[in-house]
Ligand binder design. Structure first.
Ligand code: PMP
Length: 435
């Protein structure tokens, strides 16, 4: 895909003023200019089917008219951000989130990002429990602020361990290539619970919380057996330890089967705190925390975020949520996700570069391995990322070894689009096997 002079110039200018570590994903960076439904266009007029939803931020559809209208109307009235004044869209959105939260006596606080939401959850849990000892899952990703780094087990993303929280990591997801990965569900779950008990036995004093993604996102959509967190909760409850479910990627119906990812596990109640971001705003910068009143109100704070739940982002998120629920996009994620899975699952064993297909609903991980040895193949995944793009499909990349293609389209994906994307993916995987 040839780049114009203007494009090259923008890359140069970006390099001159932005940090060196800010990556641009593709050899030839994409300058996204326009979106509609499940498609986006770059500045050169190339059209792509979007199977990554702008890293799961475009939850429902690109250019959703209701969101555009809500944002424009609010922006025309007043643009500001403050928690010091009454803000109708924020209150209305909080009511909606509370109603959908499945948390008793819910209280909602909005932030500007997922990282800030997790920071706030840590602030609440550590304050409530008077302890800065926390538990997180190995291979996790919870953000890159100083404290979120401290709960991010994925070392590719958290090279420093100087964070203010003291974190112990426990097993809790099927990380490919590890001895536990291939255990049957029950044995895997027992081993994770034994690990949790073991870690707790080694810790001194209070532990504040366990934070976990129900399906690990950046980690490559690694998925624990259903019910694991219910077993964890039994142990946590015995010690009074809070459970924080990070629903930044799994929330709002993405997994198809439930509204929240944690619901696949609930047998004896849900988490104490839920964090969310990304998709709630359909591309707008909004995240948040919902917790039981007793926990939310346990900290003394006038506010934590100036920009969280600004009138514009709250109005847009409210329109987005209304659309999502009214059109049963969770049901669509289940149905269309199954179509996509059927196509990809059928290729397992047939395409030698395809190591695994996993995930739930419209959150599907496709693992690339070396044909023959089955070893993780990050270079094939990088090649596949470029090749899918050449064929007009945008996907994500991640996983512990950087060898997983991440598929997470807007939840309104049609069956026809699912088949079109699957056809490109299968073609690319087939070529990867010959590469
Ligand atoms: N939690 C999870 C599970 C995430 O996937 C991410 C972002 N990839 C975050 C938290 C951080 O969100 P943000 O980038 O909005 O700060």
């Amino acid at each position: 895909m040839a780049s114009t002079g203007v494009h090259t110039d923008l890359v140069k200018r970006r390099r001159a003023v932005l940090p060196d570590w800010l990556s641009l994903y593709y050899d030839e960076p994409i300058d996204l200019e326009r979106g509609e439904g499940r498609h986006v266009w770059d500045a050169e007029g190339n059209r792509y089917l979007d199977f990554f939803g702008g890293i799961l931020t475009t939850m429902t559809a690109h250019a959703l008219p209701e969101v555009t209208a809500a944002v424009s109307e609010q922006a025309a009235r007043i643009l500001h951000s403050s928690t010091l004044y009454l803000n109708r869209p924020m209150v209305e959105l909080a009511e909606r989130v509370a109603e959908l939260s499945c948390i008793d006596e819910p209280r909602v606080f909005f932030t500007a990002s997922g990282t800030e939401a997790n920071d706030t959850a840590l602030l609440l849990a550590t304050g409530y429990r008077a302890s800065n000892q926390v538990l997180a899952l190995r291979n996790s990703y919870h953000g890159r602020s100083f404290s979120a780094l401290g709960i991010t087990g994925n070392r590719a993303w958290s090279p420093t361990s100087l964070s203010p929280v003291q974190t112990s990591y426990v097993h809790g997801s099927r990380r490919p290539g590890t001895p536990m990965a291939d255990l049957p569900d029950e044995e895997f779950t027992d081993a994770c619970v034994a690990d949790l008990e073991d870690v707790l036995g080694q810790l001194n004093g209070n532990v504040a919380c366990l934070i976990a993604e129900p399906v690990q996102g950046v980690g490559g959509f690694t998925t624990p057996p259903d019910g694991l967190f219910a077993r964890f909760k039994e142990v946590l409850d015995r010690h009074g330890i809070l459970w924080i479910s990070d629903e930044v990627q799994t929330g709002w119906g993405r997994t198809g089967e439930h509204f929240w990812g944690w619901q696949a596990h609930a047998a004896n109640g849900g988490p104490d705190i839920v964090t969310f971001a990304k998709g709630i705003g359909n591309g707008l910068s909004i995240g948040g925390v919902v917790a039981r009143a007793e926990i939310m109100n346990s900290v003394a704070a006038n506010s934590i975020s100036t920009f969280g739940g600004s009138p514009v982002t709250a109005a847009g998120a409210l329109a987005n949520l209304d659309h999502l629920v009214a059109h049963d996009l969770q049901g669509n994620a289940r149905q269309v996700g199954a179509v996509l899975r059927e196509q990809l699952d059928a290729a397992l064993g047939r395409l030698p570069a395809l190591g695994d297909v996993r995930g739930k609903g419209l959150m599907i991980g496709v693992e690339l391995v070396h044909p023959g040895t089955g070893a993780p193949a990050p270079e094939l995944a990088t090649w596949a990322l470029e090749e899918t793009r050449r064929q007009g499909l945008l996907v994500g990349k991640g996983g512990m070894h950087g060898n997983v293609l991440r598929i997470a389209p807007p939840l309104s994906l049609t069956e026809e689009e699912a088949r079109e994307g699957a056809r490109i993916l299968l073609d690319v995987l087939e070529k990867a096997g010959r590469a």
